[in-house]
Design a protein around this ligand. Structure first.
Ligand code: 13P
Length: 252
């Protein structure tokens, strides 16, 4: 089942300063008009969310965050809650990115974050992906474990609100985009894993994205044949032409 397309810009720790961020957003807003069939989300660094929330109000582009903490309030130095994000109009939150997992984020924390995001009626975008691929396909076990971890305790009515982004770590920032065949195979695997945990109908309602060196030049083929409903874009989202090219690839 194909869902409405979703394309998410993960700016990570970019750009260098606020002026550059505002300029990039202005360019994106100019280029991305009248694309109502595709949902577009920009996730800037936390510091820019307050300003972006005003400049994106009522427009085509939605505001997202790159992470969140799972507690709502209290002695948690340096953290930001789902309640605080929703107060600034944030609609989507990335969790479990491999760059955060590398800093120690666990499946259990990812699961708690998902629940906190859903409670605040935002959409969690949960990243999964293997470090390396092996001939025997044992990496599918890691993917299955990540899916089980993120889904733990979530009822069918909750899992359908989750977006799962398949981001193989070997493809992130390396220029080595996964092939259409790899992406299609993983889409089928994720749906079959979710079917085992829930049922087929529920599994097919979960929106799936691909991320990892997505470029405008290959986005159409990946979108049309990879079976995913859109993209989570890192590097290419910092270039307005590239990013709008990727968004346009999802518009039929
Ligand atoms: P790149 O598009 O730079 O490979 O990054 C992908 C990513 O990590 C998005 O979350």
């Amino acid at each position: 089942m194909k869902h409405n397309a979703l394309v998410v810009a993960n700016w990570k720790l970019n750009p260098i300063g606020f002026d550059e961020a505002k300029n990039l957003l202005t360019e994106l807003k100019k280029k991305l008009k009248k694309v109502n069939s595709t949902t577009i989300v920009v996730t800037p660094p936390f510091l820019f969310i307050s300003d972006f929330s005003k400049s994106l109000k009522g427009g085509e582009i939605k505001l997202g965050a790159q992470d969140v903490f799972y507690e709502e309030i209290g002695p948690f130095t340096g953290e930001i809650s789902a309640g605080q994000l929703v107060g600034f109009g944030v609609s989507h939150v990335i969790v479990g990115h491999s760059e955060r997992r590398a800093l120690g984020e666990t499946d259990e924390q990812v699961n708690k974050k998902i629940q906190a995001i859903i409670k605040r009626r935002m959409t969690p975008i949960v990243c999964i992906g293997e470090k390396n691929r092996d001939e025997q396909g044992t990496f599918f076990n890691d993917i299955e474990a990540q899916i089980k971890g993120l889904a733990k305790g979530l009822l069918a009515k909750d899992i359908v609100k989750v977006v799962i982004a398949y981001e193989p770590i070997w493809a992130i920032g390396t220029g080595k985009t996964a092939t259409v065949e790899d992406v299609k195979e993983m889409q089928l695997f994720i749906v079959s894993t979710l079917t085992k945990l829930y049922d087929r109908k529920t599994a097919e309602k979960v929106t799936l994205l691909y991320g990892g060196s997505v470029k405008a030049s290959i986005a159409k083929e990946l979108y049309e044949q990879g079976g995913m409903s859109g993209f989570l874009v890192g590097g290419a989202s910092l270039n307005a032409n590239e990013f709008s090219g990727i968004v346009n690839a999802t518009i039929s």
